[in-house]
Design a protein around this ligand. Sequence first.
Ligand SMILES: Nc1ncnc2c1ncn2[C@@H]1O[C@H](COP(=O)(O)OP(=O)(O)OP(=O)(O)O)[C@@H](O)[C@H]1O
Ligand SMILES: [Mg+2]
Length: 180
Amino acid sequence: MDHQLPIVETGEQTNPAKGALHLLWRDESATQAFAVQLAAQAALAHAFITLHGDLGAGKTTFTRHLLQALGITGRIKSPTYAIVESYEAEAFPIWHFDFYRFNDPQEWEDAGFRDIFASPGLKLAEWPQKAEALLPAADLDIALQTQGETARSVTLTAHTPRGTALLQALAAQQAPGACP
Ligand SMILES: Nc1ncnc2c1ncn2[C@@H]1O[C@H](COP(=O)(O)OP(=O)(O)OP(=O)(O)O)[C@@H](O)[C@H]1O
Ligand SMILES: [Mg+2]
């Protein structure tokens, strides 16, 4: 698989210095290629990443590719029912949340979510808007929009210095001059 070509930077709106990067993933192999690039970033280890996008946009699919690129083997379940699934990467723990069904703020305390967000490790959250009042600010937000069956337009937004560092490193890796 060619890791350069499938991720297309969409050009004029992209400005990592201002904290946003626009990409087009033409198909799932491009989603995977980007996941591989993100997995290679040292700043990912303790990051909090939120994932926005409609049902079926590809939030879980992207997370699966990211976790596999981080060395997680075996089944990576969608956490829609459990709300959180946890993993141990070689160097740090990972928590994959899906707050779609989250509706009891008491669960935040009871299920130990507060402790998770206070711990080192990578946290990813689908449907963060359903727990907005409780969640800390994300380092990086990834918003996916379906463009036909296999393409996804992607907006990455940084909200912290760690997120900005990730964004700038990722922007530097996109194929220069590539246009859709
Ligand atoms: N470029 C792409 N990137 C990601 N997924 C893609 C892409 N092209 C097609 N798909 C398909 O789109 C579907 C995305 O489903 P997925 O469960 O990841 O969505 P989701 O955003 O997690 O939805 P939900 O909100 O229900 O959790 C999968 O069937 C995946 O194979
Ligand atoms: Mg999902």
